[in-house]
Ligand binder design. Structure first.
Ligand code: PEP
Length: 251
């Protein structure tokens, strides 16, 4: 059985005090990591402090992006080696907001996945279609292409430890959620792609999250589906109560 994974994506929200207070507030209420992996992907400048606070309970800390080079003249960027040097566990790669506003491409996502593995950081690889692509029946084609590109050049043993997040772009931050059946169908298609590229064992082990307006009211139905192993959550990860509810409902 695949262990559920709930990852909060705080995006560019929260002051430093709000971020540290959130962690202190969840400290005694996060379930143990044998039941569920709970992750907060925070703004980069808070990561060292948050890693320190979360060191003695079962909350993992992730970044929302990184460069694919370990060092160099890349003003304003953060490298995999730097994230690893402060014990960051996860990194979101290829989020649709980075693809749309910051020129992230399938090629750079693939390079970043490789760099994350080298640095010992688990990549959460995002894929998803626009509303136009969905309405013209191109969802699986789009998502399969993104996943094939992101996973190009790796072994089954590497891929089985990765996390894939299926996030239909039209459902992110809009309050519109894909139906659980639709989300499951696409997550199943992603698992098939992984099986074709690698093998059945790898496809059965890789964890696939759904993301897009997930909240405590809809997570149980989503997670009841065969191919949905967790959620990547924006808005509902910002409040202590809703984040804890999501994590507890995933068990
Ligand atoms: C996200 O940021 O990846 C996301 C899914 O956001 P929201 O939950 O707010 O739709």
């Amino acid at each position: 059985m695949r262990k559920p994974i709930i990852a909060g994506n705080w995006k560019m929200y929260k002051t430093f005090d709000e971020a540290t207070q959130f962690l202190e507030a969840v400290r005694d209420q996060i379930p143990t990591e044998d039941k569920v992996d709970a992750v907060i992907c925070a703004p980069a400048l808070y990561l060292p402090t948050l890693v320190g606070i979360a060191a003695d309970f079962d909350l993992a800390i992730g970044a929302q992006n990184m460069h694919y080079e370990n060092e160099g003249a890349f003003t304003g960027e953060i490298s995999p080696a730097q994230l690893s040097s402060i014990n960051v566990d996860y990194v979101i790669l290829g989020h649709s907001e980075r693809r749309e506003y910051f020129n992230e491409t399938d090629e750079t996502v693939n390079k970043k996945v490789a760099a994350a593995l080298t640095a010992g950081i688990v990549p959460i690889i995002c894929c998803g279609e626009t509303l136009e692509e969905r309405e013209s029946g191109k969802t699986e084609q789009k998502v399969s292409g993104q996943i094939k590109a992101a996973l190009n050049g790796f072994t089954a043993e590497q891929v089985e430890h990765m996390v894939i997040a299926y996030e239909p772009i039209w459902a992110i931050g809009t309050g519109k959620t894909a139906t659980a059946d639709d989300a499951n169908q696409v997550c199943g298609a992603i698992r098939n792609v992984v099986e074709q590229l690698f093998n059945k064992d790898c496809a059965e082990k890789v964890r696939i999250q759904y993301g897009g307006s997930v909240k405590p009211e809809n997570i149980e139905e989503l997670l009841s589906k065969e191919h949905i192993d967790g959620a990547l959550v924006g808005g509902a990860s910002l409040q202590v109560d809703s984040f804890l509810a999501l994590v507890n409902k995933a068990i």
